[in-house]
Design a protein around this ligand. Structure first.
Ligand code: ADP
Ligand code: MG
Length: 317
C-alpha cells in the first residue's frame, strides 16, 4: 500500500556549499534529487515535494540591491515568489524527465504557494533565520554598519544575514494539492517555506517581509494534506547527539519523549537541525512517522533501513 509522503528537500538538493550558483550547477543537483524522488514515486507512494530557497533568494536579493539604481527594488515576499517559481521550474522539468526516462506513471505540477503567518508573531521582534551567502566575521560587521543587516553565525560555517522567521499558520491551496496527488500527480509546493502573507479579519491576504522555515512549513503542509510520512532530506544521513564532537552518537529510531529531552539538552543547532527536529517531533506526536535522512537514502529510509526516525511511543535503537 502506498503512503502519502511529504518530502522536504534541503539546500544541498539544489546547490552545494562552495559551488557557483549557475543554472547548470543547480540543475545538475536537482537532477540528483529528482532521481531519488522518482524512485519514491515508483515505489507506489503519493509524493509532495517542498524545498528550501536560502541561497537562491539570497542571490535574487543581492541582484535587487546591486541594480537598485536601474530597476526598483522589490519586497522580500516577491523575491520569495521568484525563487519558488525558478526552483519549481527546475524540479518540475527534471522530475518529469526522470519519470519519463524510467517509465514511471504520473505527471508533475508546481503550485506557487502562499503561507499565512501571524502579523503579531513575536519573531518579527527577533530575527533569527539565516538567508543568502556566507560572509567572514569582518564582512559581517561591515554589512551591519553599511546596510543595517542583522547578522549571525550559522552552525560553524560562517556568518549570514538573519531575518524574521515567523511560525507558518496555514498553507493556502491545500485542497487543490490533494486533488492533484489523488490523480497520480507529484506536486511541488511551499518552496522556500512559501510566500509569507498575512490575512486581515475578512481573509484578505497581503505579503509580509519574512522568511518562513521550510521544515516548519513542510510540517504544516504534511499535517494539512494528512500525510502518513514527513521526510526531511538533508546533507547528513542521521541526527546525532553531541554532533561534531569526538563522542557524537547516531540516532536511529527515537521516541518523541526521548527526542524532546535531547532538544532540551541542546543537541540541535538553531537554524539547521533545530527546526528539523522540532518539525519531526511535532509530526510524530500525532502518531505519524517522521524521518530525517540524506537525499540518497530516501527509498531505504521509507522502508525503515536508513536515517533517523521519530515515532510516538517507544523508540528502539
Ligand atoms: P538543509 O539545507 O538541508 O536545511 P541545514 O544546513 O539547515 O540543511 O541543516 C543540516 C545541518 O545541520 C547539517 O549539515 C549539520 O551541520 C547541522 N547539524 C546541527 N546539529 C546537528 C545534529 N545534532 N545532528 C546532525 N546534524 C546537525
Ligand atoms: Mg536549513
Amino acid at each position: 500500500m502506498g503512503k502519502r509522503v511529504v518530502i522536504a528537500l534541503g539546500g544541498n538538493a539544489i546547490l552545494r556549499p562552495n559551488q557557483k550558483a549557475t543554472f547548470e550547477n543547480q540543475m545538475e543537483n536537482v537532477g540528483i534529487s529528482t532521481d531519488s524522488i522518482s524512485d519514491v514515486k515508483k515505489a507506489g507512494h503519493q509524493v509532495i515535494v517542498t524545498h528550501g530557497n536560502g541561497p537562491q533568494v539570497g542571490n535574487i536579493l543581492r541582484q535587487n540591491e546591486e541594480a537598485k539604481e536601474v530597476v526598483p527594488q522589490l519586497p522580500l515576499h516577491v523575491l520569495s515568489a521568484q525563487s519558488q517559481g525558478f526552483i519549481g521550474y527546475m524540479m518540475e522539468q527534471s522530475l518529469k524527465n526522470a519519470l519519463l526516462s524510467k517509465g514511471i506513471s504520473g505527471s508533475v505540477v508546481t503550485v506557487l504557494t502562499q503561507t499565512e503567518v501571524d502579523a503579531s508573531d513575536k519573531a518579527f521582534q527577533n530575527p533569527t533565520k539565516p538567508i543568502g551567502v556566507f560572509y567572514t566575521e569582518e564582512e559581517s560587521k561591515q554589512l551591519t554598519i553599511e546596510k543595517g543587516w542583522e547578522m549571525a553565525e550559522d552552525a560553524g560555517r560562517g556568518y549570514r544575514r538573519v531575518v524574521a522567521s515567523p511560525q507558518p499558520k496555514k498553507i493556502h491551496g491545500v485542497d487543490s494539492i490533494k486533488t492533484l496527488i489523488e490523480n497520480d500527480t507529484v506536486v511541488i509546493s511551499t518552496g522556500g517555506g512559501g510566500i509569507p502573507v498575512v490575512s486581515d479579519e475578512k481573509g484578505i491576504l497581503s505579503g509580509i517581509e519574512a522568511v518562513i522555515d521550510k521544515d516548519l512549513s513542510g510540517l504544516r503542509l504534511a499535517e494539512q494534506v494528512d500525510a502518513d510520512v514527513f521526510m526531511i532530506l538533508t546533507d547528513v544521513n542521521n541526527v546525532y547527539l553531541n554532533y561534531g564532537k569526538s563522542d557524537q552518537m547516531k540516532l536511529e529510531t527515537v521516541a518523541v519523549e526521548e527526542a524532546n529531552r535531547y532538544v532540551a539538552e541542546g543537541h540541535f543547532a538553531a537554524g539547521s537541525m533545530g527546526p528539523k527536529m522540532e518539525a519531526a517531533i511535532a509530526f510524530a506526536s500525532n502518531g505519524k512517522e517522521a524521518i530525517i535522512c540524506s537525499l540518497e537514502n530516501a527509498v531505504d529510509a521509507l522502508a525503515g533501513l536508513s536515517g533517523t526516525r521519530i515515532v510516538l511511543g517507544s523508540g528502539k535503537k
